[in-house]
Write a protein that binds this ligand. Structure first.
Ligand SMILES: [Mg+2]
Length: 330
């Protein structure tokens, strides 16, 4: 890092990133070789890491604050899927050599906002300069009670299958950002692009599901693919109904304008909602959680004793030709 006004790596860390560790005494001001993480009695550490590369996972000219939010939130979403509360994050960044002080300032501000919003301080990492695209890797650390955790492998035949929020916005947002969706108004377009750029990790939901859910995953690869992961890990099948999949007003407008977008609702990714299964005798608890969080939790189907995913009403939505790459689709 030799760009004017930024200085070397140590200057950069001291200026932009050390202030972000202020909430974590164990981070030692990012001056030591490693950080110390305190867990409460009776807790286990949960760790998740995810990388984002400009041009692949976000657009290089996205606002820097949004890029910061995305690297934080996709990782916190993985903690949410396990029912963990965040305790801290380590970030390694490969910045292009021409990165500017203004860009770094806006990026650090975005990090700061999310560190505060999710009570997850930056406790370490590394920054280097590279010749390739901006590349970010973040490791999120979380904690769960010793005797509890949510995984992909706990689904049982007869469980209800639920998803939080709305599905398909992320994938439609990427399409909208790339060239637009014909017939879609500016407000809907901006909403979808915002959902793609800035996911909302469902941490509070994950923690509450520790006592209620049998299995959970966050929707990052796509609804069908992620449900397929639960089925594979649980040795079960699933039956879902497209008509039950919750859509935002913007996504509804998009598929009304172009019904050919339906495969993106089921197969696109980047929603970062939680997909989870709940045994029949705890159905009431799902309503209680939805009310407590002010968050829609929609039942979209059931876990079955078979294998693969049956989409009951696929033909009603013109989904017979869904990409066969989604091998779970029957
Ligand atoms: Mg995940």
């Amino acid at each position: 890092m030799a760009k004017d006004g930024i200085g070397d790596e140590f200057d950069l860390i001291a200026r932009y990133f050390a202030p972000l560790a202020a909430g974590a005494p164990g981070a030692l001001g990012l001056t030591d070789d490693a950080a110390i993480v305190d867990l409460a009695q009776g807790e286990r550490l949960v760790a998740a890491a995810d990388a984002l590369v400009a041009g692949i996972h976000f657009l290089a000219d996205d606002p820097p604050g949004d890029i910061a939010a995305k690297i934080v939130r996709v990782n916190l979403s993985d903690l949410a899927a396990m029912g963990a509360r965040p305790v801290g994050m380590l970030m390694t960044a490969v910045f292009p050599r021409d990165v500017t002080a203004d860009w770094l300032e806006a990026f650090a501000q975005g990090l700061k906002a999310d560190i505060e919003a999710f009570a997850s301080p930056l406790i370490g990492g590394d920054t280097v300069a590279g010749d390739g695209p901006l590349t970010l890797s973040l490791t999120a650390l979380g904690a769960v009670p010793l005797d509890k955790v949510l995984t992909r492998s706990g689904a049982k035949a007869g469980d209800g299958i639920y998803v939080s929020g709305t599905v398909g916005d992320g994938a439609l947002g990427l399409i909208a950002a790339g060239g637009g969706i014909a017939g879609l108004g500016a407000e809907a377009r901006d909403y979808l692009i915002g959902r793609y750029r800035v996911p909302r990790p469902r941490l509070d939901l994950g923690i509450r599901l520790l006592d209620v859910g049998n299995a959970a995953i966050d929707v990052s690869d796509g609804l069908l693919a992620d449900l397929g992961h639960i089925c594979d890990c649980s040795g079960a099948g699933a039956r879902i109904r497209v008509a039950s999949i919750p859509l935002s007003a913007a996504a509804r407008a998009a598929v009304s304008a172009d019904s050919g977008l339906w495969p993106k609702i089921l197969g696109g990714g980047d929603d970062y909602e939680l997909l989870f299964t709940v045994p029949a005798d705890r159905t009431g608890a799902v309503s209680d959680i939805a009310a407590a969080l002010g968050l829609d939790l929609s039942r979209i189907g059931e876990v079955t004793a078979g294998e693969g995913i049956e989409v009951e009403d696929a033909q009603d939505f013109g989904l017979e030709l869904l990409d066969p790459g989604y091998r779970h689709f029957r």
